[in-house]
Design a protein around this ligand. Structure first.
Ligand code: TYC
Length: 102
């Protein structure tokens, strides 16, 4: 095949770039961390407004866990680190994990 610049190309295919595997940050319920603290964490680290953060916190409280956001692998891992650090500093047992989205 000849392209317009005169150079020879063996084949012309549509480039297929796969989107990166995404990771969800899942926060876990516990019996000790105050609800207001969890709401504040979700607002601060996951950029949610008060209403959305409260909705997510209550879902975690009732269901045992809930998704706070979906990110690339490194960003999700950093979010988990920051949340655990803030919870530890405040003396709360709040836990969260990052897991691949289907
Ligand atoms: N269950 C906690 C309480 O009743 C509140 C809570 C919500 C804790 C969400 C952790 O991820 C969590 N104080």
């Amino acid at each position: 095949m000849r392209d317009d610049g005169g150079s020879v190309v063996l084949e012309r295919r549509t480039q297929k770039v796969q989107p990166p595997q995404m990771y969800q940050v899942v926060m876990l319920n516990d019996d000790y961390t105050p609800m207001e603290f969890v709401v504040g964490i979700i607002q601060e680290f996951f950029s949610k407004d008060l209403e959305e953060a409260t909705r997510i916190m209550l879902k975690i409280h009732l269901d045992g866990k809930g998704v706070c956001g979906v990110f690339t692998k490194d960003v999700a891992a950093t979010k988990v680190d920051r949340v655990l650090e803030a919870a530890h500093k405040a003396g709360h047992p709040l836990q969260c994990v990052s897991e691949p989205v289907d």
